[in-house]
Design a binder for this molecule. Sequence first.
Ligand code: GTP
Ligand code: MG
Length: 256
Amino acid sequence: LYRKAVAKELPTFLLIGPSGAGKTTLLTLFANGSPSPTHTSQEPQSAVCQLPSSARSSEDRYRSENDTSAQAQPKLALLDTPGHGKLRHHATSSLTTGSSLKGLIFVVDSAAVSSAAGLTEAAEYLHDVLLLLQKRHTQSKTSKDPQAIPVLVAANKQDVFTSLPAGLVRTKLEEEIAKVRRTRSKGLLDSGIGMDEGAGGDEETNWLGEYGTTDFKFSQMGEHGVEVSVRGGNAKGDGGESGKVNQWWEWVGGNI
Ligand code: GTP
Ligand code: MG
């Protein structure tokens, strides 16, 4: 008996990150080809986008260079979430549900992370998101949900002259996440949570990356099934024109 699959769910990518980072701007750019003016988001919203022909999808990898047969570029759903601290449950709840979730785009304002406050905000949010993915992976070893969710850290606003280049955004975030990790684990010890489970216990499950290390590197997420890439771009250009987002489209294409 052969039955056609019921309307397959589109591969979904989640936009997440601090308020003002440029998530909604990126959503409008990916969906319409040019960025629209935005307001601070209070609700999640989604849009259907199509991979531009300049970006190769993962299926294309196996096609010969000489294969010129027309192939429709794949479609995807992009889900934008509000970055305000009190509205982040929208983002975190979509992380634990949704089987068609293919990847997570964590948008940061590359100029804002050059200030201590901006860096801390981004690092705390990213730490919490990565820890959720890590726990998801740990739990999936016993249940059957093996799907790994890769993370793109989109170092946005590269057009702003005070912005840090992507490589520096990466190391600054890694250093700051190491601090967040230390603070959180100290908080746990002080509060006594996990103490009755003996050494390790809860403290180890709540520790991001390689347990007990001083430095945090995104590569430590590999052993937890989370591949993190950091790439620069800008959702908006100088004169409000569409910015440079090729590297992000390429990442999406490779993970679709
Ligand atoms: P929340 O909805 O509050 O979580 O913020 P958001 O991440 O959706 O930010 P939004 O897309 O609304 O962008 C915030 C501001 O940054 C807007 O004024 C955008 O025009 C501006 N912006 C976004 N991307 C860029 C960029 O690449 N370069 C420059 N110069 N400005 C940008
Ligand atoms: Mg928004």
